[in-house]
Design a protein around this ligand. Structure first.
Ligand code: NOJ
Ligand code: CA
Length: 558
């Protein structure tokens, strides 16, 4: 049943910032902390009241900061620690909470711990990492990294170290209590500085099969992670982290936790979970080459989404989101290129934003930013894509085929500079941006959209206001959710609390449609629509229309 314990993070609207691509204030082409502080007024105007900042710690930037070489220092490319304290102060003044990324499955091979561990095999630091001897001149086992290739990298002295991601991201050894204490101390240090929580990176990889067994696969190309993803015994570490840090600090967490089965959701999130909530990455996965406009794709996706929502309602809580820094832009994810317009982008926004859980908006999503058209590997900045390409090319994949795949799923789409204006470099930098600006910035940017009542940006603003506004907030945050049967490509849900009810109806097609008997009756008041002049619901939905209706019960109570 719905979790009724009230907390700030259930009521919050989160905004994810990828600092490198948000706003550059010193002309080096890379976004920085001062850029975030400068745009807090924008975030306040938009209506969000919590931000998640992707990693800004000192880093060689192999993985744009997800490879940390000093957990307590801001990387010079983003500014200084003082810039961070200033950002926290200014955010607090605007009642905006800040959470940071917690990347503790691995650090950087340039972290002093790892440098010492390599130089001195008997040092305490050597115990912070996972070293093994090779077998018959080969890697210790057949485990494969998330970024391609073996998880093992050889050192000149014959040892191998394990890395779940790139070889420049050595995994930390969570079996070592001294290492765990270092991590907890670091978390407390940041919480004492005034952050409100963490987005927890890749956390289900911290426990490995202690015997490091190879995984038998029928097909050698399979991706064997069973022995180091959500491996039994991981709960001991997560429970300890909860007792040592998260509970005493009342620290909010949203975790990236791949591989958690349905039966364990309650261990991970909700009232008794290790974390406040975990991301569900299963609901928007389309099969390779699926026709996004087909009825089959729509039905499969709708079912997955409904299942995820009902499960979350049962376990207690979840984040709701359409994008992040690893995913393509949502219009391209859900619609065919030729059918994308402001109407289906705003319909998608209404669809997810009022569901059960805490909404997250990824930077640029609120103005309708789109996938970047990549033509060759020289348009690709994501290191992990280059590592994967090397491996795919060796197995016979052509550059053209690989680029076609990246154009669908690549991570760079989310990382092009934020589009502030139609001016030079979309107003992101006075210099040369580290990654090219999307060619559509003259039509899609904050400056123009903020002056256009019909824009994607203004729609997001209205949505945010509606979700946070009394008396509806209570229904959207703490109400139950149910999904009535609806015909064709219509999807919708009812949010209910204390006898009050709101219905959201979305037409997932470019043809007008009639939701039929399970929808509210004609004459129901519309609270929000992505069409103009929609005061009263008339029983019909226009192309790509989304309507948020007040149910009769509420009207009758007035
Ligand atoms: C997940 C992060 O979201 C991604 O960007 C990163 O590459 C990996 N974890 C490794 O930290
Ligand atoms: Ca900069």
């Amino acid at each position: 049943m719905t979790d009724t314990v009230r907390t700030w993070w259930k009521e919050a609207v989160f905004y994810q910032i990828y600092p490198r691509s948000f706003l550059d204030t010193n002309g080096d082409g890379i976004g920085d902390l001062k850029g975030i502080t400068r745009r807090l007024d924008y975030l306040e105007w938009l209506g969000v009241n919590a931000v998640w900042i992707s990693p800004v710690y000192r880093s060689p930037m192999e993985d744009n900061g997800y490879d940390i070489s000093d957990y307590r220092q801001i990387d010079p490319v983003f500014g200084t620690n003082d810039d961070m304290w200033e950002l926290l102060k200014e955010a607090k003044r605007r009642n905006i909470r800040v959470i940071m990324d917690l990347v503790v499955n691995h650090c950087s091979d340039e972290h002093p711990w790892f440098e010492k561990a390599v130089a001195e095999p008997d040092s305490e630091e050597a115990g912070y990492f996972i070293f093994r001897k090779g077998k018959d001149g080969k890697e210790p086992n057949n485990w494969r990294s998330n970024f391609g290739g073996s998880v093992w990298e050889a050192l000149p002295d014959g040892r191998y170290y394990m890395h779940t991601f790139s070889a420049k991201q050595p995994d930390l050894n969570w079996e070592n209590p001294k290492l765990r204490k270092q991590i907890y101390d670091m978390m407390k240090w940041w919480l004492d500085k005034g952050i409100s929580g963490f987005r927890v990176d890749a956390i289900t990889f911290i426990k490995k099969d202690p015997e490091f067994h190879s995984v038998e696969t029928e097909d050698g190309s399979r991706y064997p992670i069973e022995n180091f993803e959500n491996y039994p015994g991981i709960g001991k570490f997560l429970e300890e982290m909860k007792q040592e840090v998260l509970e005493p600090y009342q620290c909010m967490t949203v975790a990236e936790a791949p591989g958690v089965p349905e039966s364990q959701l309650g261990d991970y999130e909700g009232e008794n979970g290790y974390f406040s909530m975990i991301f569900d990455f299963t609901w928007d996965q389309f099969p390779e080459g699926a026709d996004k406009a087909s009825a089959e794709t729509f039905t499969a996706w709708r079912e997955a989404m409904i299942k995820g929502q009902l499960l979350a309602q049962k376990t207690g809580w979840c984040p709701i989101f359409l994008e992040n820094h690893d995913q393509p832009r949502c219009p391209d994810k859900f619609f065919r290129a030729e059918e994308i317009d402001g109407k289906n982008i705003t319909m998608l926004a209404a669809l997810y934003f009022l569901m059960f859980g805490t909404p997250f908006i990824y930077q640029g999503q609120e103005i309708g930013m789109r996938n970047y058209p990549m033509k060759s590997m020289s348009d690709v900045y994501d290191r992990s894509a280059h590592i994967r390409f090397q491996e795919a090319a060796a197995a016979g994949t052509t550059e053209e085929e690989f680029i076609a795949c990246l154009n669908e799923k690549g991570r760079d789409h989310a990382r092009t500079p934020f589009q502030w204006s139609a001016g030079a470099n979309a107003g992101f930098t006075d210099g040369t941006s580290w990654i090219p600006v999307h060619p559509d910035f003259r039509a899609c940017n904050v400056e123009d959209e903020s002056g256009d009542a019909d824009s994607v940006l203004q729609f997001y603003r209205r949505l945010i206001r509606l979700r946070r506004q009394e008396p509806y907030r209570d229904i959207f945050v703490y109400g139950t959710i149910e999904f009535p049967e609806l015909p064709g490509k219509i999807i919708g849900y009812k949010r209910k609390k204390d006898g009050r009810e709101i219905t959201v109806l979305c037409n997932f097609s470019g043809e007008a449609a009639e939701p039929g008997a399970s929808a509210p009756g004609p004459g129901t008041e519309i609270l929000l629509s992505n069409y103009e002049n929609r005061g009263i619901y008339d029983g019909r939905l226009r192309a790509w229309e989304a309507v948020v209706c007040l149910s009769r019960q509420i009207r009758d109570q007035k």
